[in-house]
Design a protein around this ligand. Structure first.
Ligand code: ADP
Ligand code: MG
Length: 331
């Protein structure tokens, strides 16, 4: 159905069903000039936003609208997870070009509502406008964290371990396979493509690390190399990362062999994994591990004095400067 047939307000009416998962914190959701929310007492409020632009962040040739909706909320939830927080309320603005129909937007919202449902996030408002060019989706997300659990980038301490959740590089390899077009020929491709199109934000892990007393955290949106540099710069420390300790999935190794690139490069420079990178003292780390066996954690390095810089140590012991290599919009 063409959007002209139902108009802006008809569309908003369609979208507003099933948007509230935690009614106890919403006084007014979609339907007034602003959402009215009940904040929890003694919690810090976290507020983040991320924009997705057609042909910059996604291609409609390789994503379904459902996957696009899921991911556009996932990347925001990931930022809340990296602060040790719990995601609560989202507002969603969309600029819709003429080539997009009602069914597309409905499917986009189904994907958004699915991940919001998984994390108990309410969609409490937004904005709907027309776009002369590409599709643009902007999600703003409000979260909460107890002051003692807040995870900043700037508190890494010399002597801490550098740890990551999950495996890294899958999303970057998935993107490479998607852009080659023939990924369905490879039986290892599915988990990689899925990691790219519908990333899973690590809220549970973020909470567990916060409770265990991690000193700093960042979500891995631009590749491990970039995030390591972010934490090191914010905390004014050096870091040593051991290349052969970076957790890589078997599927990634198979894909890397096919495309002829080192698997570890996808982890270091690929981006969009939305796993967490964090630092924690060795004493607290063992305690955290014992309590949270369900979360995959890998120690990839250690925090060192700032004079040592940010180093990547190869399997042969050779050390080189670890230079951020993720995507940069204006370069
Ligand atoms: P206003 O003109 O007062 O800003 P709108 O007519 O734009 O209000 O929106 C009406 C209601 O619908 C508001 O509550 C707004 O937050 C909500 N809304 C508009 N677009 C969206 C959207 N894409 N997703 C979710 N809620 C939306
Ligand atoms: Mg108004």
């Amino acid at each position: 159905m063409d959007l002209k047939q139902i108009g802006e307000f008809g569309l908003i009416d369609l979208l507003k069903k099933d948007t509230i998962h935690d009614p106890t914190t919403v006084v007014t959701g979609i339907g007034d000039d602003a959402a009215v929310l009940l904040a929890s007492p003694r919690q810090l409020q976290l507020l983040t936003t991320d924009m997705m632009v057609e042909d910059v962040h996604f291609s409609l040739k390789t994503t379904t609208p459902w996957q696009l909706g899921y991911k556009s909320v996932a990347v925001n939830i990931s930022d809340i997870a990296a602060m040790g927080g719990i995601p609560r309320h989202a507002v969603i603005a969309i600029a819709i070009p003429p080539h997009i129909n009602v069914e597309f937007i409905t499917a986009l919202y189904e994907g958004m509502k699915e991940i919001c449902h998984e994390h108990g996030v309410n969609i409490v408002g937004g904005d709907t406008v027309s776009s002369p060019g590409g599709l643009i989706i902007n999600v703003a997300l409000l979260g909460e964290v107890e002051p003692t659990y807040l995870l900043k980038r700037s508190e890494a301490q010399i002597g801490d371990l550098v740890v990551v959740t999950g495996t890294l590089g899958n999303s970057g390899a998935g993107l490479e396979l998607l852009s080659r077009g023939n990924w369905e020929e490879y039986d290892f491709a599915w988990p990689l493509v899925t990691a790219h199109l519908t990333p899973r934000p690590q809220v549970k892990a973020g909470r567990a690390l916060a409770v265990a007393g991690a000193s700093s955290a960042d979500d891995i949106s631009d590749g491990l190399a970039s995030e390591v540099n972010e934490i090191a710069a914010a905390s004014k420390v050096g870091m040593r990362i051991y290349a052969d300790r970076i957790p890589l999935a078997d599927a990634l190794k198979e894909a890397a062999a096919v495309v002829g690139k080192p698997a570890v490069n996808f982890a270091l420079y690929g981006g969009e994994d939305y796993q967490l990178l964090f630092t924690i003292s060795p004493a607290r780390y063992s305690a955290a591990l014992a309590g949270e066996a369900g979360i995959a954690l890998t120690v990839v390095g250690e925090v060192v004095a700032p004079e040592e810089g940010i180093r990547l140590i190869g399997a042969d012991g050779a050390s080189s400067r670890l230079i951020p290599g993720g995507y940069n919009h204006f370069r």
